[in-house]
Design a protein around this ligand. Structure first.
Ligand SMILES: Cc1cc2nc3c(=O)[nH]c(=O)nc-3n(C[C@H](O)[C@H](O)[C@H](O)COP(=O)(O)OP(=O)(O)OC[C@H]3O[C@@H](n4cnc5c(N)ncnc54)[C@H](O)[C@@H]3O)c2cc1C
Ligand SMILES: Cc1cc2nc3c(=O)[nH]c(=O)nc-3n(C[C@H](O)[C@H](O)[C@H](O)COP(=O)(O)O)c2cc1C
Length: 782
């Protein structure tokens, strides 16, 4: 087998080593345009876990790498005059130059031919001459460019500017500096990688960069300015430059990685932002992935191996890229979090990419999580809850929250969920048991399903309503039960289905039109939801007047039924959402066009409801914070929408997304809508409720403590587990969650078992944590 490797970076070299070791008869040549000792960059970092993988694949290179590594366990965060040190992070650093030298030696020892100062320009020729071509030619890959129509790369050039520099300043932890300068905030990601050498990546937003007045290419000039601004941190140490231009990070991905007998690896195929570790790790793991594909397909069958690689490796790479993207977005929005309490700021930083959570940190850095719990308790006390225990505080999700005069005993909410089980809009025993049992289960707030303001406002014939006295009485029975038997508050969600009305029960065909018995429907514009859906009538002013009156009457009924709170449903493509989104609102009058115009009718409805809803009771609005469609509502629009509702007297935004149109393309994942809640809460400065793929109490704690939402709603998890909150209270040993006396013995048993399970888990995790073995550099330095 003749293998040509274009690019002698970590990806190309490591693959050559692994392949040659397994199949020594292969003829492998690595072409590298640089000289062996040329290198850019400074240090590279690997986690304990990555090193363990290297150990399993090639003990020799693992040994030589680890002999040259610096090891640290802590992340230090210096921000806003505070220093936080968080343990349990297990990272190693080494110089990129040394890493490449060791990989050169190992490759040569195995018989890989290395040709330095040889630039491959004839890519087609390279493909013809070899059985296998490895495209490991880095971020500006010529191979990717040559076959771009096939690989289909996309490059998302991120707005922040960054540069890699080095320094002689010693550091004993991975250190983040967040420094407010007269130009703006500048962030440093820094770590030591060998005695007397550390990496310093400077990052800042485009406005600050413009104010710095730097010529991106003037490396010595920018190093001098950074030395001046970070004089206190550098403590007299100099910055070192080596191709240290200020650049924008390109987030690269490719639809395909394989072309004929050629495969792209490392930075050539996908980049991962430096804030979650080095691209070097991803590059070397790609090499391992490709080697594994050869191993599993017999070693010699190029086509089978490359196909296997492309299908098996993609998920892992996309997961890493997704985490990296979430992380880089946090750094791009650091200004959004700057005014937070420093403890919350640090907690937000640590948990930014979802891999680290509240529970996770509680095991690695219990004293920091203790600080977080205390911060939440102190804040809650300062918000008027005099009796909050600030000495031995409960986890964040169990702290109470106030909206106007309504006190919610904890941060867990049962999200509104249509049950499609009513007849003529009448809630019945199903609704009583469904909502009643979830209230007993300990959630702080329980939402009634989307309840319609008139018979022709319903989604389906099974939807509940609140347009007559009988329905009001039936709801009162449910509300009274909740109040009498639980500590939960109960919120009525009022809505109008608009163009998504007159459809089947969801389990018979979600949003599908009723074959018979359909009623006429209305919307902002006459656009059917599906091509086969009923075409709604464009609303006239008379329709608007009637709709406002219906919402007002239902709001008055909700008050008489005893609801603690009312929510206006302006999300998911229903009537009011159809006004807000430019995808569904094509009107040419004062209710269409600009966002202000599109908001006019929803605000009119909201203001009319607010007028009749008692001052002391809160109101919220559910919005779709993005349509997930090009040209639709975006997160930035959602901030403006929230500000408008806030000005009209809204107390909280219930932040959902999408469902505007069948063309919506949501990006699902754990807590996938929470970033929108985060943006709205911290930019529009209004309370928010996050919802969407939140499934654990750990996630609720993480979201609340990081200030990404004030309340967290769970829908589907509550369908299977009405007792979610009581169970969580048992697990964390939180004594302040109300349990009905009938169930106390069950709760006590839960507490006892949880205490034992938590102790076992801590012991297990501590045992599993690998011991830092790579401290030769540290010892030498000491
Ligand atoms: C300026 C800069 C500084 C960086 N500093 C660090 C750092 O300090 N720590 C860190 O972890 N990561 C750093 N990175 C990121 C890191 O280098 C990459 O993520 C990682 O090296 C990817 O490995 P790779 O093998 O895919 O590509 P690379 O390491 O980029 O290797 C690609 C190689 O291919 C060679 N090449 C390209 N085209 C040809 C051709 N046609 N013919 C022959 N040879 C060719 C290049 O010279 C290069 O050596 C830095 C990146 C940049 C751009
Ligand atoms: C069965 C079901 C019914 C729903 N009905 C409503 C509703 O009436 N009003 C509403 O705003 N959202 C409704 N939703 C959306 C949920 O409130 C929630 O936003 C969504 O399911 C995401 O949360 P989850 O991932 O926790 O399920 C419903 C969801 C489900 C699963």
């Amino acid at each position: 087998m003749k293998v040509t490797v274009i690019g002698g970076g970590p990806a190309g070299l490591y693959f050559s080593i692994l392949y040659k070791k397994a199949w020594p008869q292969a003829r492998i040549t690595v072409y590298e345009r640089n000289r062996p000792d040329d290198t850019f960059g400074f240090g590279v970092v690997f986690s304990d876990q990555t090193l363990e993988t290297f150990q399993n694949y090639d003990l020799e290179s693992y040994r030589s790498i680890t002999e040259n590594f610096a090891y640290w366990d802590d992340i230090e965060i210096r921000a806003k005059g505070t220093v936080h040190r968080i343990g349990g992070n297990g990272f190693c650093g080494c110089s990129r130059a040394t890493l490449l030298k060791l990989l050169h030696q190992r490759a040569q020892q195995l018989g890989v031919e290395l040709k330095f100062q040889t630039e491959i320009t004839d890519i087609e020729g390279a493909l013809r001459d070899a059985d296998l071509v490895i495209g490991s030619d880095g971020i500006n890959s010529r191979i990717r460019e040559t076959y771009k129509d096939h690989f289909k790369p996309s490059v998302d050039l991120r707005p922040n500017r960054f540069t890699w520099m080095g320094s002689t300043k010693p550091l004993d932890a991975f250190t983040f500096y967040f420094k407010e300068t007269k130009f703006g905030i500048i962030i440093v990601h820094s770590y030591q990688y060998e005695p007397g050498r550390s990496t310093w990546i400077f990052e800042t937003d485009p406005e600050t960069f413009a104010k710095l007045g730097l010529d991106p290419l003037d490396e010595p000039g920018s190093a001098r300015l950074m030395e001046e601004l970070f004089a206190e941190e550098l403590q007299g140490h100099k910055l070192i430059i080596n191709r240290s231009m200020w650049r924008n990070f390109p987030a690269i991905r490719c639809d395909r990685w394989v072309y004929e007998n050629c495969v792209i690896l490392g930075d050539a195929k996908a980049t991962a932002h430096f804030s979650i570790g080095s691209g070097t790790k991803l590059a070397m793991e790609d090499a391992i992935g490709l080697y594994e594909s050869f191993r599993k397909t017999g070693g010699q069958n190029v086509k089978a191996a490359l196909t296997h690689y492309e299908t098996t490796r993609r998920e892992e790479v996309e997961k890493t890229q997704h985490s990296a993207n979430v992380s880089l977005v946090w750094f791009e929005h650091v200004k959004r979090f700057w005014n937070m309490n420093p403890t919350r700021f640090v907690f937000g930083l640590m948990t930014r990419s979802k891999a680290i959570t509240y529970d996770n940190l509680a095991l690695r850095a219990p004293e920091f999580v203790d600080e977080v719990d205390h911060m939440m308790a102190e804040e809650t006390k300062a918000a008027g809850f005099a009796n909050v225990d600030t000495k031995t505080p409960v986890p964040p999700m169990f702290q109470p929250f106030r909206l106007r005069d309504m006190v919610i005993p904890n941060r867990v909410v049962v999200s509104p969920m249509c049950q499609y089980s009513a007849k003529d809009g009448m809630p019945n025993d199903w609704h009583l048991v469904h909502l009643g049992s979830r209230a007993i289960g300990g959630a702080g707030l329980v939402y009634a399903e989307m309840t319609d303001v008139s018979a022709d406002a319903r989604i389906s014939p099974g939807c509940t309503g609140l347009w007559n006295g009988e329905q009001e009485a039936a709801w009162k029975r449910i509300v009274d039960f909740v109040h009498a038997n639980s500590a939960a508050k109960i919120c009525m969600q009022l809505g109008h289905a608009g163009r998504k009305g007159a459809t089947k029960l969801s389990w018979e065909g979600d949003s599908e039109p009723l074959p018979e018995g359909a009623w006429p429907i209305i919307s902002a514009s006459p656009i059917p939801y599906f091509p086969n859906s009923q075409v709604p009538r464009e609303m006239t002013r008379a329709d608007m007047d009637r709709t406002v009156a219906d919402f007002v009457a239902a709001t008055e009924r909700a008050h008489r039924a005893g609801f603690d709170m009312v929510e206006l449903h302006a999300a998911h493509g229903y009537l009011l959402a159809s006004f807000i989104s430019p995808i569904t609102n094509k009107r040419s009058d004062e209710y269409g066009g600009s966002l202000e115009n599109r908001m006019r009718f929803p605000l009119e409805v909201f203001s009319a409801m607010r007028k009749v809803w008692p001052k002391e009771k809160p109101m919220s609005v559910r919005i779709s914070a993005t349509d997930w469609i090009d040209g639709g509502v975006t997160g930035d629009d959602a901030v403006k929408i929230s500000e408008m509702f806030k000005a009209a007297g809204c107390d909280m935004i219930d932040v959902s997304t999408g469902q505007t149109d069948p063309d919506s393309a949501p990006v699902y994942g754990r807590m996938y809508q929470t970033p929108f809640s985060d943006q709205i809460r911290n930019e529009a400065h209004i309370a928010t409720m996050a919802v969407g793929a939140v499934t654990t109490a750990d996630q609720v704690n993480t979201i609340v403590a990081a200030g990404r939402a004030d309340l967290v709603a769970l829908a589907r998890p509550h369908l299977m587990d009405p007792y979610f909150t009581l169970r969580a209270a048992g697990w964390y040993g939180a004594p302040n969650v109300y349990c009905p006396p009938q169930y106390l013995s069950g709760r006590d048993q839960l507490y006892r078992n949880a205490e034992r399970d938590r102790a076992d888990l801590t012991e297990l995790k501590l045992k599993a944590k690998p011991k830092p073995q790579i401290d030769t550099w540290k010892q030498a330095a000491e």
